[in-house]
Design a protein around this ligand. Sequence first.
Ligand code: CO8
Length: 264
Amino acid sequence: MNNLKLDVADQIAVLTINRPGALNALNSETLDELNAALTEIEARDDVKVVILTGGPDKKDNPYKSFVAGADIAEMVNFSAAEARAFGMRAAEPFFKLMNMRQVTIAAVNGFALGGGCEIAMACDIRIAAENATFAQPETGLGIIPGFGGTQRLARLVGMGRAKELIFTCDNIDAAEAYRIGLVNKVVAKEELMDTAKKMASKIISKGSYAVSIAKAAINNGYDMDIKNAVEMEANLFGITCSTHDKTEGMTAFLERRAADLTDF
Ligand code: CO8
């Protein structure tokens, strides 16, 4: 892979977007590599959590940029059809981040602009370094967010705030992103990866099958009416009751000992 690095250790896959000359902007090649890497990860039993982050810039500053957007140099001459195809090319890996059975965490280590904010929003959880900057600058470029930003931002922070951010193109810092619910946590930049890995380890210590079913329940129910959503949840709850982990987890509680979860 030219623009992506994959490191797996302790059941955590760290995916680093690495285009130092373009502040990790997403071009077609990177989107395809991301899609291939996520397909591989989905099939791996030794990965329970994926952490997505940005590599250093060309001066080797690791906290400059998470992803500075979609690649403007690639998009500048797009026809309408090419632009649509580019959007759909991103939709596949972005939906993987959102729906894959493993938990996905964006560790936002600097600029998360345009497509950078959008890819972070496709992850389950966002942890930001204190120096991170978020924005949807697209309308200033004469376009709109096209990697799901008009949809996911409104779902995360509410329609009013999403409209303000998209219409004004304002940059917001990590503290403001936390205040409006765009990120889950803000930490000192030096602590970003440790914090993400600690959260990943905590998630891994739970029943991984139950976590993946809970993720599916939250995702699938979000756009359903509440009655059908709760029924869907009851059905999924029933499935978790057929697992070893349910028997072991509850028996261990009653016997006042630590549970030995096997992830199914
Ligand atoms: N695309 C391509 N190259 C980029 C991008 C980008 N998004 N961002 C930065 N770069 C490149 C610069 O061109 C520069 O390259 P070079 O060194 O060869 O001149 C290098 O990265 C370093 O950038 P700067 O010199 O500009 O660094 P600064 O520290 O001065 O500024 C900024 C950093 C503020 C991040 C600045 O680079 C910037 O404003 N970047 C663009 C941010 C932006 O507008 N992002 C949104 C892009 S649009 C988008 O994401 C749409 C998504 C949906 C598409 C859907 C299609 C269907």
